[in-house]
Write a protein that binds this ligand. Structure first.
Ligand code: GLC
Ligand code: CA
Length: 554
């Protein structure tokens, strides 16, 4: 395995949600051969790695996050040969493939669970988390993330099993060393197949303790992760990223310790929860407190500088589309998508782009609940209606926060089904595909796609993106997101107007002689730009100047 220290510090990752990316055989479901066909598109974009949402064998209760065989590919997506082919074809284009490891739970159809529920003395019984009890008398009141109780009764055993997610996702028992060994061997097997890294699903929930009602951040969490890392990841040169909704700064430093004892980095979600009412559920959304967003991102940037590493993302398969969420997907779709990209890609960390983000794909508003596929949406819909919420209110929550916003098929071109499939797509395509699609984006030099391409290139050409420090400017400004990055030779200013108004900036003028790296508006019009020191709606610009040695060409 080739060793190259921390290659992921200057890398950009692209997330693929396989069932929605590209169908190759007309069954309406994206698949691995489809991804292979689109590798040239991704190489052209300039990305270094693909995070592939789960493609392992699965009954698809939670779209593959319920795995029944970790060492096989679901026939819906192809087979192991296809997977090996994908890894080698990607490698030819200098793209690594990151697999999604779902280790907190398996599917109830996994062989381990099938064995486990045969009897209490079955060797696999202790692979899962059981509690004695009586039918109808739950061990405690813990709930599942997808609604309802976290306990499921198995009459044959007279026991309950614990599931933090759906009934079909029983939690694995990490306290059992045999479970951990099985998992390590499976990971080593994927490393041998050439996986370039891993994304670890809800990894902060593996050390649960249901008796103490502990879900994430359990007492043995870091012990388990360090063992996992030692037994597997540290034998290669991998990008590893843990999904950790419960991460605070302290933990994130541990997770991304530069000594490599845990992961390369984590996904933490503090900034993604700012537009939800404190203490309530994600469906209870509120306007984004913009100043808090800036302060929050700045806090992570400065706290991890030099002693940890950030992942940078606005989107994934669980989150609504950023241009609809915090940009403007109507009059300023182009401008705001580029602005959001600038703010994100200017920071220190490894940027993750979610499929379609580079096209400015938007949220969707399907009129009927039947048009939604996500188990979380469907359960919430039923639950909230039963609790007395109005149908309108529930649909608005889905439109704002539902995971299917991110899961509609990739919009490749203006032909039927957006070029995603020749058959009937598993979920309807967003009707705006005629306007918003990859073909159009690639044809237009000023497109969002080309803007992302340039941002990726800039990160490769300018070390300051990876190594510069971070300072937030105009902290209390209600419109402008401004920060400066510095290393020994240069400084980089990112200026971004987060609103649909023209606003005073107060900084641009001072940087008038610097080099414009990227700008989401064409030439400055009268009354705008550096001279006027004003930013137009969603205007964003990145400026670079030399600071170091006096004769360094200022
Ligand atoms: C993670 C995944 C999500 C899944 C859940 C359970 O949050 O990103 O899609 O439903 O874990 O595996
Ligand atoms: Ca298919």
């Amino acid at each position: 395995m080739e060793k190259q220290e921390k290659w992921w510090k200057s890398a950009v990752v692209y997330q693929i949600y396989p069932r929605s990316f590209q169908d190759s055989n007309g069954d309406g479901i994206g698949d691995i051969p489809g991804i292979i066909k689109r590798l040239d598109y991704l190489a052209d974009l300039g990305i270094d790695a693909i995070w592939l949402s789960p493609v392992c064998r699965s009954p698809q209760d939670d779209n593959g996050y319920d795995i029944s065989d970790y060492q096989d590919i679901d026939p819906m997506f192809g087979n192991l040969d296809d997977m090996e082919h994908l890894i080698s074809e990607a490698k030819k284009r200098n793209i690594r493939i990151l697999m999604d490891l779902v280790l907190n739970h398996s599917s109830d159809e996994h062989r381990w669970f099938q064995e486990a529920k045969k009897s209490r003395d079955n060797p696999y019984h202790d692979y899962y988390v059981w509690r004695d009890g009586e039918e109808g008398v739950l061990p405690n009141d813990m709930g599942s993330v997808f609604g309802g109780t976290a306990w499921e009764w198995v009459p044959e055993l007279k026991q309950y099993y614990f599931h933090q997610f759906s009934v079909k996702q029983p939690d694995l028992n990490w306290e059992n060393p045999a479970v951990r060994r099985e998992i390590y061997d499976m990971i080593l097997w994927w490393m041998e197949k050439g996986a370039g890294g891993f994304r670890l699903d809800v990894i902060d929930q593996i050390a649960k303790d249901p008796d103490l009602k502990i879900t994430n951040n359990g007492p043995r969490l870091h012990e388990f992760i360090q063992e996992l890392s030692r037994e597997t990841f540290q034998k290669g040169s991998l990008l590893t990223v843990g999904e950790a909704w419960g991460a605070d700064i302290q933990r994130a430093k541990q997770y991304s310790n530069p000594d490599g004892s845990e992961f390369s980095m984590v996904f933490q979600f503090e900034h993604m929860m700012l537009d939800q009412e404190p203490g309530k559920e994600k469906w209870d959304f509120c306007p984004l407190p913009f100043v808090k967003l800036k302060q929050n991102l700045a806090k992570w940037q400065t706290a991890l500088h030099g002693c940890g590493w950030n992942s940078l993302f606005w989107n994934n398969h669980d989150l609504p589309r950023i241009v609809s969420r915090w940009g403007n997907d109507k009059a300023y779709r182009q401008e705001s998508a580029k602005m959001l990209a600038s703010v994100l890609h200017g920071m220190q960390g490894t940027p993750f782009i979610y499929q379609g983000e580079e096209l400015g794909m938007t949220n969707v508003r399907f009129p009927e609940i039947e048009q939604y596929q996500d188990i979380e949406i469907r359960n919430m819909y039923k639950e909230r209606l039963a609790k007395g919420y109005s149908r309108e209110a529930v649909m608005e929550s889905i439109y704002a926060k539902g995971r299917d916003n991110a899961r509609t098929p990739m919009q490749w071109d203006g032909s039927r089904n957006a070029g995603f499939t020749t058959g009937t797509p598993w979920m309807q395509v967003n009707p705006n595909y005629v306007e918003i699609n990859a073909e159009k984006e690639m044809d237009s030099p000023d497109s969002i796609y080309h803007y992302y391409q340039k941002l990726i290139r800039l990160r490769k050409e300018n070390p300051i993106f990876a190594d510069g420090s971070f300072e937030l400017l105009l902290e209390e400004d209600a419109h402008v997101f401004a920060y400066v990055r510095r290393n020994e030779e240069e400084e980089l200013l990112v200026l971004a107007n987060f609103t649909s108004e023209t606003v005073e900036c107060g900084l641009w003028k001072k940087w008038a002689d610097s080099q414009v790296l990227i700008h989401n508006y064409a030439e400055a019009a009268d009354g705008c730009g550096a001279a006027a020191d004003r930013l137009r709606p969603y205007e964003a610009v990145m400026l670079l100047r030399k600071t170091g040695r006096p004769d360094s060409g200022r």
